[in-house]
Design a protein around this ligand. Sequence first.
Ligand code: ZN
Length: 517
Amino acid sequence: MEKVKFVAIIVSTILFFSCKPGEKPLPRVAIAGLAIESSTFSPAQSDITAFRARRGNEIFSYYSFMKEDSPDRQRAQYFPTMRGHAIPGGIVTRDAYETLMQETLDSLKKHLPYDGLFFDIHGAMSVVGLDDPEGDMIERIREVVGPETLISTSMDLHGNVSERLAHQSDMITCYRMAPHEDAMESKQRALENLLDRLENGKGKPKYKAWIPVPILLPGEKTSTRIEPGKSLYAKVDPLTKQEGVIDAAIWIGYAWADEPRNRGVVMAYGDDQAAVQNAAEELAKSFWDVRNEFEFVAPVATLEECLDKAIAFDGQPFMISDMGDNPTAGGAGDVTWTLTEILKRKEFKNENGPSLIYASIPGPELVAKANEVGVGGKISGFAGAIVDNRYAPPIQLTGIVKAIKKGDPDANTEVVVQVGSVQVIVTEKRKPYHYEKDFTDLGLNPRKTDIVVVKIGYLVPELYDMRADWLMALTPGGVDQDLERLGYKRIHRPMFPLDKDMETPDLSARFIPLANE
Ligand SMILES: [Zn+2]
């Protein structure tokens, strides 16, 4: 006991002398989090190499609002521990999770105590043999930092909020836009809400309302660019401006994992109980009321119909989303079914046929062969279906190497192989193609190409802006958009839209106790 007191005196003395006389010491704020979206309906697994981990001061570089001279950076003494980020994929191995978690906890133990912790996660991580990994993560962090530290949790709106995560988070929020153009703004809001409470001395917000909403929808039906997502999410900001409410959020949840926590959730928090309750209940009711209006963000068709339309179309480029294997939602990203079907079509057999870019398929062996023969060389080899071969086997590509690019942080080496009139991007490792530069760096010009097929769901902004037309193809894979085909066993039932004609659920606010209660 005496020893503890002595240490406390030393620590407070150091804190006192580390700031100018008359000034309050800056709050001590730790940063931690792991972000991945992982499908349990894909045979893929994500090991530790899937994560890009930033450690210590490197973490600041991830946040545009945390530059050395930025105002937020001056508001606290930060202790960045580890923040890991991965391309979505299959379930995370237990070993990878435990390793990253242990490193985070060890790093946190070095600089105790903390006034606050900025917990920056996605919320749709699946881990082998572990339910609710984000709930587990925050509980283990709590055991280290203690119940009094203010934790502000920042999430993706496709994350899941278990009651445990809601309980351990003093403040919690998520994006309000899909595609997530407001990602940085949301993270900044989560951090600034935390800093405000530390500076004004009000500490933990008094009330947290949590409402599970039994709706499970794919992200491709819930874009905020179109209705009803647009109007639904537009209701959030005005509610947070009400007296006594600090923030509110709607989580669409993640459809490609099978756990009780996978469903929609609404939360609001603040110091005025009635206002917090009203905000949460209004959002939950609004969400439920528009459930029948969610449709795919672009017309959906079979791949065959998509290709027929694209070939007949006059204009460039006609974009096709290869949705079922979208790696940015958790697909393996190496399903060859779509490319196999494309190369079967007679229209593409000749190099004078309609030009088509296929982005992309991982094929390390083919990339190695391309390196041997070089640009302009003839090549024949197999790609894809190493992880997910349920729909088609590895595909044989025979053609000319058009480009080789080395040093991509995701793909390592990228190769373009021309087969007939199709330019296939083959990568050493999985990589999403979201930016025009991803194509032009390989000597490809998507704006002057007839058809561009991308393993993606809804188009990200740069691709959306360049499209002459667009269809989403209902292709097979680990993130099949036809949820009824997935065969859930563990989610709560009834669940909209799987259970038709379900009764109106209880959408009243549940007040979750504070983390120190
Ligand atoms: Zn998301």
